[in-house]
Design a binder for this molecule. Structure first.
Ligand code: FAD
Ligand code: MG
Length: 350
Protein backbone atom coordinates (compact mmCIF):
# COMPACT_ATOMS: atom_id res chain seq x y z
CA UNK A 1 0.00 0.00 0.00
CA UNK A 2 1.19 3.54 -0.62
CA UNK A 3 2.00 4.85 2.80
CA UNK A 4 4.83 7.26 2.20
CA UNK A 5 2.50 10.21 1.60
CA UNK A 6 1.43 10.44 5.20
CA UNK A 7 4.86 10.46 6.78
CA UNK A 8 6.71 13.65 7.44
CA UNK A 9 10.00 11.86 7.04
CA UNK A 10 11.27 8.73 5.38
CA UNK A 11 9.08 5.85 6.52
CA UNK A 12 12.09 3.57 6.64
CA UNK A 13 13.82 5.90 9.05
CA UNK A 14 10.79 6.21 11.27
CA UNK A 15 10.30 2.47 11.36
CA UNK A 16 13.92 1.75 12.04
CA UNK A 17 14.69 4.40 14.63
CA UNK A 18 13.68 2.36 17.69
CA UNK A 19 15.19 -0.75 16.19
CA UNK A 20 18.52 0.93 15.59
CA UNK A 21 18.66 2.16 19.13
CA UNK A 22 17.81 -1.29 20.38
CA UNK A 23 20.51 -2.97 18.37
CA UNK A 24 23.17 -0.42 19.22
CA UNK A 25 22.70 -1.08 22.89
CA UNK A 26 22.36 -4.78 22.37
CA UNK A 27 25.61 -4.92 20.45
CA UNK A 28 27.73 -2.54 22.44
CA UNK A 29 28.00 -4.77 25.46
CA UNK A 30 28.28 -8.19 23.90
CA UNK A 31 31.21 -10.14 22.53
CA UNK A 32 31.17 -12.52 19.48
CA UNK A 33 29.50 -14.45 17.82
CA UNK A 34 28.41 -12.14 15.03
CA UNK A 35 24.71 -11.32 15.06
CA UNK A 36 22.66 -12.42 12.05
CA UNK A 37 19.62 -10.38 10.94
CA UNK A 38 16.86 -10.68 8.41
CA UNK A 39 14.34 -7.97 7.52
CA UNK A 40 11.06 -8.35 5.66
CA UNK A 41 8.12 -6.03 5.07
CA UNK A 42 4.98 -7.49 6.63
CA UNK A 43 2.04 -6.34 8.82
CA UNK A 44 2.30 -2.98 7.03
CA UNK A 45 5.69 -2.37 8.60
CA UNK A 46 9.35 -3.38 8.71
CA UNK A 47 9.90 -6.64 10.58
CA UNK A 48 13.39 -7.54 11.67
CA UNK A 49 14.77 -10.54 13.51
CA UNK A 50 18.32 -10.60 14.89
CA UNK A 51 19.90 -13.70 16.42
CA UNK A 52 23.17 -13.41 18.33
CA UNK A 53 24.51 -16.82 17.37
CA UNK A 54 25.17 -19.01 14.39
CA UNK A 55 21.64 -19.18 13.04
CA UNK A 56 20.11 -21.51 10.49
CA UNK A 57 18.32 -20.06 7.52
CA UNK A 58 15.34 -22.32 8.08
CA UNK A 59 14.72 -20.82 11.51
CA UNK A 60 14.35 -17.37 9.96
CA UNK A 61 12.17 -18.92 7.22
CA UNK A 62 9.84 -20.46 9.82
CA UNK A 63 9.59 -17.26 11.86
CA UNK A 64 8.77 -15.05 8.85
CA UNK A 65 6.32 -17.63 7.51
CA UNK A 66 4.46 -17.38 10.83
CA UNK A 67 4.39 -13.56 10.63
CA UNK A 68 2.96 -13.77 7.10
CA UNK A 69 0.38 -16.33 8.25
CA UNK A 70 -0.79 -13.96 11.01
CA UNK A 71 -1.01 -11.10 8.51
CA UNK A 72 -3.01 -13.32 6.12
CA UNK A 73 -5.46 -14.07 8.93
CA UNK A 74 -5.76 -10.70 10.64
CA UNK A 75 -5.27 -7.93 8.11
CA UNK A 76 -8.29 -5.63 7.77
CA UNK A 77 -6.84 -4.15 4.57
CA UNK A 78 -6.56 -7.27 2.43
CA UNK A 79 -9.31 -9.31 0.87
CA UNK A 80 -9.94 -12.89 1.93
CA UNK A 81 -8.48 -12.64 5.44
CA UNK A 82 -10.53 -13.88 8.39
CA UNK A 83 -11.07 -10.28 9.49
CA UNK A 84 -12.19 -9.26 6.00
CA UNK A 85 -14.68 -12.15 5.97
CA UNK A 86 -15.89 -11.26 9.47
CA UNK A 87 -16.42 -7.63 8.38
CA UNK A 88 -18.17 -8.64 5.15
CA UNK A 89 -20.57 -10.79 7.18
CA UNK A 90 -21.47 -7.99 9.63
CA UNK A 91 -25.19 -8.09 10.37
CA UNK A 92 -25.54 -11.32 8.40
CA UNK A 93 -23.88 -14.29 10.07
CA UNK A 94 -21.16 -15.62 12.36
CA UNK A 95 -17.76 -16.40 10.84
CA UNK A 96 -15.43 -19.11 12.11
CA UNK A 97 -11.96 -17.96 13.12
CA UNK A 98 -8.59 -19.64 13.62
CA UNK A 99 -7.42 -20.03 17.22
CA UNK A 100 -4.98 -17.14 16.51
CA UNK A 101 -7.60 -14.62 15.47
CA UNK A 102 -10.05 -15.74 18.14
CA UNK A 103 -7.44 -15.23 20.87
CA UNK A 104 -6.42 -11.76 19.67
CA UNK A 105 -10.03 -10.62 19.27
CA UNK A 106 -11.08 -11.95 22.68
CA UNK A 107 -8.07 -10.29 24.38
CA UNK A 108 -8.99 -7.00 22.68
CA UNK A 109 -12.58 -7.30 23.93
CA UNK A 110 -11.32 -7.99 27.45
CA UNK A 111 -9.21 -4.79 27.43
CA UNK A 112 -12.13 -2.92 25.83
CA UNK A 113 -14.22 -3.91 28.86
CA UNK A 114 -11.49 -2.89 31.31
CA UNK A 115 -11.05 0.50 29.57
CA UNK A 116 -14.77 1.18 28.97
CA UNK A 117 -14.17 1.20 25.23
CA UNK A 118 -11.09 3.47 25.04
CA UNK A 119 -9.62 0.52 23.16
CA UNK A 120 -12.24 -1.03 20.91
CA UNK A 121 -11.53 -3.65 18.24
CA UNK A 122 -14.71 -2.56 16.44
CA UNK A 123 -13.09 0.85 15.74
CA UNK A 124 -12.75 -0.23 12.05
CA UNK A 125 -15.32 2.19 10.51
CA UNK A 126 -13.45 5.14 12.03
CA UNK A 127 -10.02 3.81 10.99
CA UNK A 128 -11.30 3.40 7.45
CA UNK A 129 -12.92 6.84 7.41
CA UNK A 130 -9.71 8.65 8.42
CA UNK A 131 -7.48 6.38 6.31
CA UNK A 132 -4.36 7.51 8.16
CA UNK A 133 -1.32 5.70 6.77
CA UNK A 134 -3.00 5.26 3.38
CA UNK A 135 -3.33 7.39 0.23
CA UNK A 136 -6.99 7.99 1.16
CA UNK A 137 -6.18 9.90 4.37
CA UNK A 138 -8.40 12.95 4.99
CA UNK A 139 -10.15 14.84 7.77
CA UNK A 140 -13.76 13.63 7.73
CA UNK A 141 -16.84 15.80 8.34
CA UNK A 142 -18.50 15.69 11.76
CA UNK A 143 -21.55 13.88 10.32
CA UNK A 144 -19.35 11.17 8.83
CA UNK A 145 -17.53 10.72 12.12
CA UNK A 146 -20.80 10.43 14.00
CA UNK A 147 -22.08 7.81 11.58
CA UNK A 148 -18.88 5.79 12.06
CA UNK A 149 -19.03 6.17 15.85
CA UNK A 150 -22.57 4.74 15.87
CA UNK A 151 -21.13 1.48 14.55
CA UNK A 152 -18.41 1.15 17.21
CA UNK A 153 -19.36 -1.06 20.15
CA UNK A 154 -17.30 -4.03 21.29
CA UNK A 155 -20.41 -5.35 23.15
CA UNK A 156 -21.98 -5.93 19.71
CA UNK A 157 -19.25 -8.47 18.83
CA UNK A 158 -20.57 -11.90 19.83
CA UNK A 159 -17.90 -14.51 20.47
CA UNK A 160 -18.65 -18.23 20.52
CA UNK A 161 -15.64 -20.02 22.06
CA UNK A 162 -17.08 -23.48 21.38
CA UNK A 163 -17.38 -22.87 17.65
CA UNK A 164 -14.40 -20.46 17.59
CA UNK A 165 -16.56 -17.95 15.78
CA UNK A 166 -17.53 -14.30 15.95
CA UNK A 167 -20.59 -12.37 14.82
CA UNK A 168 -20.73 -8.61 14.28
CA UNK A 169 -24.35 -7.86 15.11
CA UNK A 170 -24.90 -4.74 12.97
CA UNK A 171 -24.39 -4.21 9.24
CA UNK A 172 -21.44 -1.88 8.63
CA UNK A 173 -19.50 -2.92 11.76
CA UNK A 174 -15.78 -3.52 11.13
CA UNK A 175 -13.13 -5.10 13.32
CA UNK A 176 -9.56 -3.73 13.16
CA UNK A 177 -6.80 -5.53 15.08
CA UNK A 178 -4.08 -3.01 14.19
CA UNK A 179 -3.60 -2.08 17.85
CA UNK A 180 -2.68 -5.58 19.02
CA UNK A 181 -1.91 -8.05 16.20
CA UNK A 182 1.73 -7.01 15.81
CA UNK A 183 2.18 -7.86 19.48
CA UNK A 184 0.71 -11.30 18.98
CA UNK A 185 2.98 -11.78 15.96
CA UNK A 186 6.00 -10.84 18.12
CA UNK A 187 5.00 -13.40 20.78
CA UNK A 188 4.60 -16.10 18.15
CA UNK A 189 7.90 -15.22 16.48
CA UNK A 190 9.67 -15.51 19.83
CA UNK A 191 8.02 -18.86 20.54
CA UNK A 192 9.09 -20.30 17.18
CA UNK A 193 12.66 -19.07 17.51
CA UNK A 194 13.01 -20.46 21.03
CA UNK A 195 11.42 -23.80 20.11
CA UNK A 196 13.79 -23.96 17.14
CA UNK A 197 16.74 -23.74 19.50
CA UNK A 198 17.61 -20.03 19.33
CA UNK A 199 19.26 -18.93 22.55
CA UNK A 200 19.37 -15.16 22.18
CA UNK A 201 17.54 -12.79 19.89
CA UNK A 202 15.87 -9.46 19.26
CA UNK A 203 12.60 -9.22 17.34
CA UNK A 204 11.43 -5.82 16.07
CA UNK A 205 8.05 -5.70 14.36
CA UNK A 206 7.70 -2.01 13.52
CA UNK A 207 8.69 -0.95 17.02
CA UNK A 208 7.15 -3.87 18.91
CA UNK A 209 10.33 -5.19 20.52
CA UNK A 210 10.77 -8.67 21.99
CA UNK A 211 14.09 -9.85 23.44
CA UNK A 212 15.10 -13.21 24.83
CA UNK A 213 18.20 -14.93 26.13
CA UNK A 214 21.07 -13.80 28.33
CA UNK A 215 24.17 -11.93 27.28
CA UNK A 216 27.46 -13.81 27.86
CA UNK A 217 28.23 -11.51 30.78
CA UNK A 218 24.71 -11.99 32.13
CA UNK A 219 23.93 -8.28 31.72
CA UNK A 220 20.38 -7.14 30.95
CA UNK A 221 19.27 -5.93 27.53
CA UNK A 222 19.27 -2.15 27.22
CA UNK A 223 16.51 -0.90 24.93
CA UNK A 224 16.26 2.76 23.94
CA UNK A 225 12.82 4.43 23.84
CA UNK A 226 12.26 7.05 21.13
CA UNK A 227 11.90 10.66 22.29
CA UNK A 228 8.31 11.42 21.15
CA UNK A 229 9.17 15.04 20.34
CA UNK A 230 12.41 14.41 18.48
CA UNK A 231 12.19 12.71 15.11
CA UNK A 232 15.93 12.32 14.69
CA UNK A 233 16.29 9.13 16.64
CA UNK A 234 17.10 10.80 19.97
CA UNK A 235 16.04 8.71 22.90
CA UNK A 236 13.89 9.46 25.91
CA UNK A 237 15.52 6.88 28.13
CA UNK A 238 16.67 3.30 28.39
CA UNK A 239 14.89 0.25 29.72
CA UNK A 240 16.87 -2.59 31.26
CA UNK A 241 15.22 -5.93 30.54
CA UNK A 242 15.98 -9.58 31.26
CA UNK A 243 13.65 -10.60 28.45
CA UNK A 244 10.12 -10.09 27.16
CA UNK A 245 8.51 -7.33 25.18
CA UNK A 246 8.60 -3.54 25.01
CA UNK A 247 5.97 -1.66 23.00
CA UNK A 248 5.52 2.08 22.52
CA UNK A 249 2.42 3.85 21.18
CA UNK A 250 2.60 7.48 20.16
CA UNK A 251 1.13 10.04 17.85
CA UNK A 252 4.45 10.81 16.17
CA UNK A 253 4.93 7.76 13.93
CA UNK A 254 1.95 7.60 11.64
CA UNK A 255 -0.03 10.73 10.90
CA UNK A 256 -1.64 12.88 8.24
CA UNK A 257 -1.03 16.61 7.99
CA UNK A 258 -3.59 19.14 6.74
CA UNK A 259 -3.84 22.90 7.30
CA UNK A 260 -0.72 22.77 9.48
CA UNK A 261 -2.32 20.32 11.87
CA UNK A 262 -1.27 16.73 12.49
CA UNK A 263 -3.82 13.94 12.75
CA UNK A 264 -2.37 10.70 14.07
CA UNK A 265 -3.61 7.11 13.82
CA UNK A 266 -4.75 6.37 17.38
CA UNK A 267 -8.42 7.30 17.45
CA UNK A 268 -10.66 8.00 20.41
CA UNK A 269 -13.94 6.12 19.88
CA UNK A 270 -15.65 8.65 22.18
CA UNK A 271 -14.83 11.68 20.00
CA UNK A 272 -14.21 10.16 16.59
CA UNK A 273 -10.96 12.17 16.50
CA UNK A 274 -7.29 11.28 17.00
CA UNK A 275 -6.87 10.84 20.76
CA UNK A 276 -5.72 14.03 22.48
CA UNK A 277 -5.53 12.89 26.03
CA UNK A 278 -2.46 14.81 27.12
CA UNK A 279 0.04 12.01 26.45
CA UNK A 280 2.88 12.09 23.92
CA UNK A 281 3.73 8.39 24.18
CA UNK A 282 3.14 5.31 26.29
CA UNK A 283 5.63 2.47 26.69
CA UNK A 284 4.66 -0.88 28.19
CA UNK A 285 6.88 -3.83 29.09
CA UNK A 286 5.39 -7.28 29.55
CA UNK A 287 6.12 -10.95 29.02
CA UNK A 288 3.24 -10.77 26.51
CA UNK A 289 3.82 -8.49 23.53
CA UNK A 290 0.11 -8.75 22.64
CA UNK A 291 -0.84 -7.39 26.08
CA UNK A 292 1.84 -4.67 25.90
CA UNK A 293 0.55 -3.66 22.43
CA UNK A 294 -3.07 -3.55 23.66
CA UNK A 295 -2.25 -1.59 26.80
CA UNK A 296 0.06 0.98 25.19
CA UNK A 297 -2.67 1.96 22.71
CA UNK A 298 -5.37 1.92 25.41
CA UNK A 299 -3.45 4.14 27.83
CA UNK A 300 -2.58 6.56 25.01
CA UNK A 301 -6.34 7.03 24.50
CA UNK A 302 -7.16 7.17 28.23
CA UNK A 303 -4.64 9.87 29.15
CA UNK A 304 -2.43 10.24 32.24
CA UNK A 305 -4.94 9.89 35.06
CA UNK A 306 -7.21 7.14 33.81
CA UNK A 307 -4.19 5.53 32.16
CA UNK A 308 -2.27 5.31 35.45
CA UNK A 309 -5.33 3.75 37.10
CA UNK A 310 -5.51 1.06 34.42
CA UNK A 311 -1.73 0.48 34.62
CA UNK A 312 -1.99 -0.20 38.35
CA UNK A 313 -4.38 -3.07 37.63
CA UNK A 314 -1.50 -4.89 35.81
CA UNK A 315 1.14 -5.54 38.47
CA UNK A 316 3.22 -7.85 36.27
CA UNK A 317 3.74 -5.15 33.63
CA UNK A 318 5.74 -1.88 33.57
CA UNK A 319 4.62 1.49 32.20
CA UNK A 320 6.18 4.83 31.18
CA UNK A 321 3.66 7.55 30.33
CA UNK A 322 5.08 10.74 28.81
CA UNK A 323 2.75 13.70 29.26
CA UNK A 324 2.50 16.98 27.35
CA UNK A 325 4.29 18.80 30.20
CA UNK A 326 7.31 16.60 29.49
CA UNK A 327 6.90 14.57 32.64
CA UNK A 328 7.52 10.82 32.56
CA UNK A 329 5.28 8.82 34.89
CA UNK A 330 6.59 5.36 35.79
CA UNK A 331 4.35 2.55 37.06
CA UNK A 332 5.15 -1.03 38.12
CA UNK A 333 8.35 -2.63 36.81
CA UNK A 334 9.47 0.47 34.92
CA UNK A 335 9.71 2.42 38.19
CA UNK A 336 12.81 0.24 38.70
CA UNK A 337 14.00 -0.58 35.18
CA UNK A 338 13.75 2.78 33.33
CA UNK A 339 16.65 5.25 33.12
CA UNK A 340 15.71 8.74 31.95
CA UNK A 341 18.25 10.33 29.58
CA UNK A 342 19.67 13.13 31.68
CA UNK A 343 20.37 15.62 28.84
CA UNK A 344 16.76 15.60 27.58
CA UNK A 345 13.94 18.08 28.42
CA UNK A 346 12.00 15.49 30.43
CA UNK A 347 11.53 15.08 34.17
CA UNK A 348 10.19 12.24 36.22
CA UNK A 349 6.58 12.74 37.37
CA UNK A 350 5.60 12.42 41.02
P1 FAD B 1 -0.86 1.05 17.95
O1 FAD B 1 -1.04 2.08 18.96
O2 FAD B 1 -0.51 -0.29 18.44
O3 FAD B 1 -2.24 0.85 17.14
C1 FAD B 1 -2.85 1.85 16.38
C2 FAD B 1 -3.74 1.18 15.38
O4 FAD B 1 -4.81 0.55 16.05
C3 FAD B 1 -4.36 2.12 14.37
O5 FAD B 1 -3.58 2.23 13.22
C4 FAD B 1 -5.70 1.48 14.12
O6 FAD B 1 -5.57 0.45 13.16
C5 FAD B 1 -6.05 0.86 15.44
N1 FAD B 1 -6.74 1.76 16.37
C6 FAD B 1 -6.79 3.12 16.40
N2 FAD B 1 -7.50 3.56 17.44
C7 FAD B 1 -7.94 2.47 18.10
C8 FAD B 1 -8.73 2.28 19.27
N3 FAD B 1 -9.21 3.30 19.99
N4 FAD B 1 -9.00 1.00 19.65
C9 FAD B 1 -8.53 -0.04 18.95
N5 FAD B 1 -7.75 0.08 17.84
C10 FAD B 1 -7.44 1.31 17.43
N6 FAD B 1 -0.69 -0.83 7.43
C11 FAD B 1 -0.58 -0.48 6.15
O7 FAD B 1 -0.34 0.68 5.88
N7 FAD B 1 -0.70 -1.38 5.14
C12 FAD B 1 -0.98 -2.67 5.40
O8 FAD B 1 -1.09 -3.48 4.47
C13 FAD B 1 -1.12 -3.09 6.76
N8 FAD B 1 -1.41 -4.38 7.07
C14 FAD B 1 -1.53 -4.75 8.38
C15 FAD B 1 -1.85 -6.07 8.69
C16 FAD B 1 -2.00 -6.46 10.02
C17 FAD B 1 -2.38 -7.87 10.35
C18 FAD B 1 -1.76 -5.52 11.06
C19 FAD B 1 -1.85 -5.89 12.51
C20 FAD B 1 -1.46 -4.20 10.74
C21 FAD B 1 -1.36 -3.81 9.42
N9 FAD B 1 -1.06 -2.49 9.09
C22 FAD B 1 -0.96 -2.11 7.76
C23 FAD B 1 -1.10 -1.48 10.13
C24 FAD B 1 0.22 -0.91 10.57
O9 FAD B 1 1.26 -1.78 10.76
C25 FAD B 1 -0.13 -0.10 11.81
O10 FAD B 1 0.71 0.99 11.82
C26 FAD B 1 0.00 -0.79 13.11
O11 FAD B 1 -0.83 -1.90 13.24
C27 FAD B 1 -0.30 0.19 14.19
O12 FAD B 1 0.58 -0.08 15.16
P2 FAD B 1 1.29 1.01 16.01
O13 FAD B 1 2.30 0.28 16.81
O14 FAD B 1 1.74 2.13 15.15
O15 FAD B 1 0.12 1.63 16.88
MG1 MG C 1 -0.85 -1.16 20.26
Amino acid sequence: MGMATSYSRSPLYSFLAPALLASIFALSSCAAPEPVSRTEFSLGTTCRITLYEKAEKKLFDAAFARIREIEERMSANREGTEIARLNDAAGIEAVSLSADTFLVLSTAIDIAEKSKGALDPSVGPLVKLWGIGTDAARVPEAAEREAAMELIDYRRILLDPERSSAFLLDPGMRVDLGAMAKGYAADETARILKEGGAKRGLIDLGGNIYVFGKKPEGKPWRIGIQDPQDSRGAYLGIVNMEGGSLVTSGGYERFYEEGGKRYHHILDPASGMPAESGLLSVTVVSQSSMLADCLSTTIFVLGPERGMDLAKAFPEEGFALVDADQRVHLVGKLARDFELRSEGPYNLGQ
